[in-house]
Design a protein around this ligand. Structure first.
Ligand code: SF4
Length: 586
């Protein structure tokens, strides 16, 4: 396995995933041999295994079920499905059954909020789980039917494209954008990108052409192109659909970028949850190599060399952050780098690198082919063009919608058949919670920027429960590098849990605000800086839901001290009521 990966430490995560698939888990012995063969310390490998939730150093079940507990799957019946699996398989959540046949646990968003509840079974997505599907899955598991022999319909999922625009109306055929580049020249394409006003679609909105131009100007012995296909923001699934149906368009965009910046190697960093897409993407890459749209001398042009490798993520939300993604791509823990320097000068292996989102590359290819004016004839002055929204939650028609920037929330809710909407979470948990008094607000960089997630909650949903779900998500996904985020997100989660249980007081609400401010202002990267947005937004817009839960007391303790001391009392044989006060009395 290590030879197949050229014994390259930069491919450590792929190597570990392959070893895990082969041996079932990553034992101490496996780690030791891998460290020896790659000539890297064992501690480095252990730290990588600990970091990624899809890597494990202990055995899991032959069938490993990971159920998504993201907020939308929770609304759609996650708990019922979990209970059904546990009851029928005679297993507890987060455990492995004594016969080793099956284990069950939760995972964050799987990228199927439009057709949940969803799960990963041995890494492959299974959607629309209901009583009947659970029954059938349990039957296969108990009979020991290998996953490869399960009926194909188990792994079928829908694209759910509901509204087409500039990007989705007509895909880019293999080679057509490359021919446009070769016909019109690099400067012409860069000018088109500039005039289009295309901005990065991952959420930050940096002008795409500036990134490409800057990287092109840097002299180095290698440049790289990286496609960030690690969309882990709960509620977003547009990249899944683009890669499933518009992969050629995405790859054309990457190839243009490679030619423009002088890169001969590109990577698609595919989130682990989209393992089901890997084979299909690889086939498309192979086909393009055969047709001379990838590889050496593309389209017969000497010196136009560009190829693409797929690298898999392993279940770490933070790797959607570009510098964390680069660390992961180099086989390390996905800890965000200190910036500057930025990836455009010091990216993959410290070389100039363009990282763009899947949608950005797809848009760039279309603009190269159809021209800037076909893109920016819609949108607003500061946000030209259109944006793909992944719409989920309480609406009749969830799915992918392409909208011109400037579209109001109100219009979107009408189109997708939402009614009695209390609030919308725009941009995922790190985005903004918009209350129904503000539905005239618009999707745009100047008002509501979004990487594409659009989650709808009707008036039966409790904003406090939504904020609590997001707080658990961030506490779990914090990479642990900096204290304000690592500790702060857990303290916020614990306080919210206390309030939800009806044990909170006004003091807890005040502490939540203080903690939120601290985490927001002192964290190292965007995850920490936005992690408490849901708490602050819900406290601002829906204070009554918090007030209904807190006790009419200025302060309530977070723990029952007597109960907490009970075990120590038993161990020390001290059962007198004041035992813990003795040191103060002495
Ligand atoms: Fe890691 Fe959070 Fe710090 Fe970002 S803010 S570096 S996710 S601990």
């Amino acid at each position: 396995i290590i030879d197949e990966h050229a014994a390259d430490p930069a491919r450590l995560i792929d190597i570990l995933q392959a070893l895990q698939n082969h041996f079932g888990f990553l034992s101490t012995d496996t780690v030791e041999q891998t460290a020896h063969l790659l000539n890297i310390p064992r501690s480095q490998i252990h730290s990588v295994i600990e970091f990624y939730s899809f890597l494990h150093s202990e055995p899991v079940g032959t069938y490993r079920i990971l159920l998504s507990d993201c907020i939308i799957d929770t609304l759609h019946g996650f708990q019922t499905v979990m209970d059904a699996f546990c009851q029928k398989l005679d297993i507890q959540p987060e455990t492995i059954r004594s016969d080793g046949k099956v284990s069950i646990a939760t995972t964050s968003c799987t990228g199927f909020c439009d057709q949940g509840p969803a799960a990963l079974i041995n890494g492959i997505a299974v959607v629309a789980l209901d009583a009947d599907r659970v029954e059938r899955i349990v039957n296969f598991i108990e009979r020991g039917v290998p996953i490869s022999e399960w009926p194909a319909d188990f792994f079928h999922n829908e694209d759910n494209i509901q509204q087409h625009g500039f990007l989705l109306k007509q895909g880019v055929e293999a080679g057509s954008a490359i021919e446009a580049l070769l016909d019109r020249g690099i400067e012409h394409i860069l000018n088109e990108l500039e005039q289009s006003g295309l901005r990065g679609c991952g959420g930050a909105g940096f002008p795409t052409v500036n990134k490409w131009r800057f990287c092109r100007q840097i002299e180095a012995d290698a440049h790289y192109v990286v496609c960030n296909a690690d969309e882990g923001e709960p509620g977003t699934f547009k990249d899944r659909v683009l890669l499933n149906n518009y992969a050629d368009q995405v790859i054309e965009g990457m190839t243009l970028c490679g030619r423009i910046i002088g890169a001969s190697q590109g990577f698609i960093y595919l989130r682990g949850e989209y393992l089901f897409l890997r084979q299909k993407l690889q086939q498309i890459i192979d086909q393009r190599r055969q047709n001379n749209w990838l590889g050496q001398a593309i389209a017969g042009v000497e010196g136009f060399d560009f190829d693409i490798e797929i690298r898999m993520g392993a279940g770490a939300y933070i790797c959607g952050e570009e510098s964390a993604l680069l660390e992961s791509l180099e086989g390390k823990r996905g800890v965000p780098r200190i910036r500057p320097p930025f990836p455009v000068t010091h990216g993959y292996l410290d070389k100039p690198t363009v990282i763009n989102n899947v949608e950005t590359f797809a848009s760039a290819a279309k603009i190269a082919l159809a021209g800037a004016s076909s893109y920016n004839q819609v949108g607003t002055e500061d946000s030209p063009g259109s944006r793909l929204l992944s719409i989920s939650g309480d609406c009749a028609r969830p799915g992918i919608y392409e909208y011109p920037f400037g579209t109001t929330i109100k219009q979107i809710l009408i189109d997708c058949g939402a009614s009695h909407t209390r609030c919308v979470q725009v941009g995922g948990p790190s985005g903004a919670l918009v209350a129904n008094t503000d539905f005239q607000r618009q999707i745009s960089f100047e008002d509501l920027p979004t990487g594409g997630s659009f989650m709808i909650f009707n008036d039966s949903r409790d904003p406090l429960a939504i904020a609590t779900n997001f707080a658990h998500f961030f506490a779990h996904e914090s990479c642990g590098f900096c204290t304000p985020c690592r500790v702060g997100t857990t303290l916020v989660k614990n306080r919210l849990d206390k309030v939800v249980k009806g044990l909170g007081s006004e003091n807890d609400l005040a502490e939540l605000k203080k903690l939120s401010h601290l985490v927001q202002h002192y964290s190292h990267c965007g995850l920490g800086q936005t992690a408490t947005n849901p708490v602050m937004d819900s406290l601002t817009h829906f204070p009554e839901h918090y007030q209904a839960k807190v006790k009419d007391q200025p302060f309530t303790p977070a723990i029952d001290l007597e109960q907490a001391l009970q075990q120590a009392r038993v161990l020390t044989g001290r059962t007198d009521a004041d035992a813990h006060l003795e040191q103060f009395n002495e």
